[in-house]
Design a protein around this ligand. Sequence first.
Ligand SMILES: [Zn+2]
Length: 621
Amino acid sequence: MLLALLLWLTGAAPAPPPPSIEMTLDVDATDAPLRVLHAKASMPARPGPMTLFYPKWIPGEHMASGPVPNLTGLHVFAAGREVPWRRDLVEMYAFNVTVPSGATTMTAQYDYVISPGGAFGASPSTNAKIAVINWYTVGLYPMAADPASITVRTTLKAPHGWKHGGSLDVDRVDGDTIHYAATSLEMLNDHPVLLGEHFRSIELWPAESPVGEHVIDVVADSDWALDFPQKRIDAYKKIVLEERRVFGDVGHYRKYHWLLTLSDNLGAFGVEHHECADDRVAENTFVDDDAAKRSSQLLSHEYFHSWNGKARRPGGLVNGGYEKPMKGDLLWVYEGLTNYYGELLAARAGLITAQEWLDELASDAFSVSEPGRTWRPLQDTADSAPFLYVSGGLWNGWRRATDFYNEGSLIWLEADVTIRQLTHGAKSLDDFCALFHGQNDNGRVWMKPYDVTEVYDTLNKVAPFDWRGFFEKRLTATSADLPLGGVERGGFKLVYTDAPNMFTDPWALDGSLNALASLGVHVTSDGLVDNAWPGTPAYTAGLSNGMKIVAVNGRRFSIDELKRAIGATTSSTAPLEFIVENGSYFKVVKIDYRGGARYPHLERVAGRDDVLSAIAAPRVR
Ligand SMILES: [Zn+2]
């Protein structure tokens, strides 16, 4: 559909690409410390119009996030000479050329420059010691060709002495150049690789073990960051066993590698793939117990996606390549169910305690209690995912963000509790996962699309119930009420106390303060209000998104000063007084608030069955 429109607009119809294409991709990462990758792609060509395409809609990122602005230095050659190119006026990811007579191949040479900004794989991916190679960032290919039918022979030249990791099959290594086994373009893009000076490969389970090869490949800014305590490695060994148990001890992959990047300047996120995950967190994450707990859901989340998201994928997210839009309407299954299990399995494997898992659920609930839920139904956060992922923090409380993650945890918890109660403890949501996802253990990389009816039908096989009504009610609600049925029927209630909850800002590296449950604001370490919820004490007093607090009760702003002032409101008789910078203007804001510091937690309700503790119990002994 998009292609037909494009050709009509550009007027020149390229010949259809052949059904199978063999191409080569050579990536030179020796300048990774200079923040640039050099690439050369060669592919068959025949005389006439031809279009090169830069991957646009990226699987796992759910949006048109291919970082085409970073494609630079493009030169195209055919029949021994340079060929001019012109970007398509409608599809900015397409480059039109005319292949000269006599040419049988075309070669494109270009750079990928590392720039600030961008989300996920498009965010900065190299520094002085590390390079994460996502092939799609350096992967021009013939437009309209099916990436699954393109065979690519790929080489990667690393900076001298750097080591490499990943689940992409290696054919041979010559010095600093890695020659990968030929694979499809689709599989290549699904297998990013790591390069780094400080590298460690942690074999959780060897290939000959009953569960097969499971490895954490780590690059870090320092060797210090690679010195994981053995107890953490043992817990990740359990993650493999606990996750596979949910799916009936079957996996569809040949091997699985986590690509773990530990750096304070390469972002914090994870992106899933069939046989690996690109996980990036702060440098100290695996050597510091507190940081390790805060990020404990990351590796289990991305691993869960190998089943839920990669092997089983919503039909709307299957676009047959990188050219056609993706539809995110079922991200509440893809990401919501994964968010629930990513957090839960960290508890079952012992990365966090059951009590800490309850704190994580409380934080999930609190994070979606924002005013925006009164106008934007959860379904629309999934439908709008292609822009909500990158809409920024300011006004997130009124806009809502990608809440299908955290609210997904609450709703799938309620589904889990419901199944357990309907079946008197005989069945659980794990049985749904085994039926829905655990359908293949041939060790093949496979993908089977689904629609929402299959989700409801499979739940009905586990425990007959009006599952369509259950989910539609929660997905379409525009209400301040939170979906806390799972928490409450699980024997707990959501409360607020002055005890901090480490999961309210699990990824924060920057010393910011989450005062959303008290004043209704989130404040960065330099005083910027980067989230203010309408209807809360601070907003009502005149403190809004994008303003900067410069003084607290007459003293120069600091996060510690702000924390002390909020804590003192329980015994103070005067309002909090801030001097606030709003552009080039200053004003005094007085907030009449007496509640002290407030953080969310789950509290046991006496006399009710404790279903949540049963859910958190390990299944593998
Ligand atoms: Zn995810």
